[in-house]
Design a protein around this ligand. Structure first.
Ligand code: SF4
Length: 120
């Protein structure tokens, strides 16, 4: 293990976090609140991200809708999630919050619409 420098993404303050290897894992400093500590612990052990993208729409007034994963997915699964999103095509009408896929790329995480598309 080596010293890691991270930037907390928990709020706009963006605290600079330092993770120094210790006898029992990393010793983390630089956080202003416990969200920063939790972010660093997660980032160092099992990093995750929310994925946002677009999905093709048929029969709608727009050709695509914007989407996001309902929760974070493991960082190593992002490529598979993007491939699954690119292969997806949904029919209008679509409302904000509609679940377009209940288990995207086998992650167990739903993919939801963040933009509504009316039917033609
Ligand atoms: S540690 Fe707390 S205050 Fe600092 S950026 Fe993260 S969430 Fe914001």
């Amino acid at each position: 293990m080596e010293t890691r420098i991270l930037t907390c993404i928990g709020c706009p303050l963006g605290c600079a976090l330092t993770a120094v290897p210790g006898s029992d894992g990393y010793e983390i400093s630089g956080y202003t609140c416990k969200r920063g500590l939790e972010y660093a612990q997660k980032e160092l052990t099992r990093p995750e991200r929310t994925v946002t993208s677009t999905v093709r729409v048929t029969g709608g007034v727009a050709k695509v809708t914007s989407v996001r994963t309902a929760t974070d997915v493991p960082k190593e699964a992002i490529w598979d999630v993007m491939k699954a999103i690119n292969a997806l095509e949904v029919a209008a009408p679509i409302a904000i919050g509609d679940v377009l896929c209940g288990n995207i790329a086998g992650t167990g995480v739903a993919l939801t619409a963040t933009k509504g598309v009316k039917a033609k």
